[in-house]
Design a protein around this ligand. Sequence first.
Ligand SMILES: Nc1ncnc2c1ncn2[C@@H]1O[C@H](COP(=O)(O)OP(=O)(O)OP(=O)(O)O)[C@@H](O)[C@H]1O
Length: 276
Amino acid sequence: MTTAGDASAIHAPAGQADAARVLHAVKVYGRGDTEVRALDGVSVGFPAGRFTAVMGPSGSGKSTLLHCAAGLDTLTSGSAFVGGTDLSTLDDRRLTLLRRDRVGFVFQAFNLLPTLTVAENITLPLDLAGRTPDRDRFDRLVDTVGLRDRLHHRPGELSGGQQQRVAVARAFAGDPDVVFADEPTGNLDSRSGEEVLRLLGRTVRETGRTVVMVTHDPVAAGHADEVVFLADGRLVDRMAAPTADRVLDRMKAFEPPAGDRASAGPGTGATRGATR
Ligand SMILES: Nc1ncnc2c1ncn2[C@@H]1O[C@H](COP(=O)(O)OP(=O)(O)OP(=O)(O)O)[C@@H](O)[C@H]1O
């Protein structure tokens, strides 16, 4: 295992194509006194057919990395690729099309359309693209997420866990290159969260899809094939075959020394993750 500060030695396993990656990614918010360097030269690939979790303390740049890798935000410098496509070469229209056709999203807040049924929410990306959903594929997806008896319900009639499973089905409906999930279990109780995590893991393993998930929670990260760790906007480690305990141990290294903890205040990522 590599150590913090030795970022040059952190590589993905050799020989695997990346579904998405960023190279020398820098993201600066604000300027002058208020400048924040949210990403400070991150190079990381997310291998195709794998479930990768992104972890790190609060403010380490996880969401920024996810948003820039997914084309929801632009880098200050460096490059972001989905498959072989360099996002910086796309104009707004082509970027919108790439997000619609090649990327799936799952957000903490579900983001379902309340007036549409479950079935309509799932096929929405395809409908927007003018594509006809493949019936068999749709059926398999509905069975995988366990929502067959809820297809004609509206999101408001579902539990949070069920709503997030709809969001997962929607994210995979268009057969995207990669699904980006930002704290997908953040609004769920631990049992519903566990179901969503198992669903993500199963979908990756059974269909060869790719998932990149930001989380604070070592238990959530333990469902991934690999965890990448950020600290202060830099990639500091990768862990293959993670378990919740190993991830928690690694996160403890980010906590301030005991003497500094009182002044650090509540809510570092490590602390929050450990207590969920
Ligand atoms: N729109 C913005 N304007 C200014 N600063 C921002 C903006 N978005 C993020 N930041 C800053 O960039 C840094 C990284 O933020 P980011 O949300 O990526 O971290 P994170 O690791 O996802 O944090 P958390 O775990 O708390 O969600 C933080 O210091 C944050 O305050």
